[in-house]
Design a protein around this ligand. Structure first.
Ligand SMILES: C[S@@+](CC[C@H](N)C(=O)[O-])C[C@H]1O[C@@H](n2cnc3c(N)ncnc32)[C@H](O)[C@@H]1O
Length: 262
């Protein structure tokens, strides 16, 4: 689609748009992992710490580390209540700044499709998780149309525009997840689809949140007012609007988990 690098530099804008979607899907993902309490966790690509906070609430871990290459996201994460119970630092999924076998669980929530070499990122999780521990990920099904803003991206493409697309979108397919986890040596590999629905107060709320999305903000900022009005009209045709104005949007992601052999 485009070679523009994707940089998550605004933790607050992320919170309003993707943070809410992340919370909805993250809860289902953690429920599916069904991990016991009191484990040590690594949150790879922790972003602004939204998902790290969910791990803390859901799994009462003994320790949590969060790493992310974005200074802006890590700075925001450090302001969260979760910061007291978690350590946040800069780092890359492909070169985790940790020794081998140090965690009971490692997760990537909405991250794998941004990692330039997903196989390297998965191999790194296999390295830092102890034998018998679990590594897991979930990601919007980009190629299957599961991204929460797919409805807008589709119309932008129809208008000949190129919204940002993650560099490793294929890694969000279930077959590819199974391949990545199997190739990295994990056992008991399982996948599932996660469906979520979000309701916006009205159409303005929908566009206001969407405009903060990294996938859209550059494309929208470059549009002429008439072109933007055209886009909004095209998208509205596909939106589910209730009589009281509320707008409901659905999205789906794929998840994978596997165990490091003992
Ligand atoms: C959509 S956000 C997800 C944040 C958080 N995990 C959540 O569920 O809300 C994607 C995150 O992946 C991070 N990221 C991008 N490339 C990465 C890489 N190579 N290694 C680790 N994280 C990366 C971004 O900086 C961003 O914070």
């Amino acid at each position: 689609m485009t070679d523009t690098p994707i940089r998550f530099d605004d933790g607050a804008a992320y919170e309003r748009m993707m943070g809410i979607w992340s919370a909805l899907a993250g809860e289902i993902f953690l429920g599916w992992l069904a991990m016991p309490k009191n484990l040590s966790w690594l949150d790879v690509g922790c972003g602004n710490g939204a998902f790290t906070e969910q791990i803390i609430r859901h799994n009462a871990p003994s320790a949590v580390e969060g790493i992310d290459p974005s200074e802006g996201q890590i700075a925001y994460a450090k302001t969260r209540a979760a910061a007291a119970a978690a350590k946040f630092r800069l780092g890359d999924a492909m070169a985790l700044p940790f020794a081998a076998d140090g965690f009971d669980a490692a997760v990537m929530a909405l991250v794998i499709f941004f990692v330039p070499d997903p196989a390297k990122g998965v191999a790194e999780m296999a390295r830092v998780v102890r034998p018998g521990g679990v590594a897991a990920a979930y990601a919007w099904d980009m190629n299957g149309g599961g991204f929460p803003l797919e409805i807008i991206l589709k119309e932008l493409r129809a208008m000949g525009l190129s919204p940002i697309w993650p560099p490793s979108a294929d890694a969000s397919r279930r077959e590819e997840m199974v391949r990545l986890w199997t190739d990295a040596g994990f056992e008991d590999v399982e996948t599932r689809r996660i469906d979520v629905t979000r309701t916006y107060v009205d159409i303005d709320d929908f566009w206001s949140a969407a405009s903060g999305s990294l996938s859209l903000k550059t494309a929208l900022a470059k549009m002429e007012p008439a072109q933007l009005a055209d886009l909004k009209a095209r998208v509205r045709v596909h939106l589910s609007e209730a009589t009281d104005g509320r707008v409901t949007v659905s999205a789906f992601s794929n998840a994978v988990k596997g165990r490091v052999p003992k």
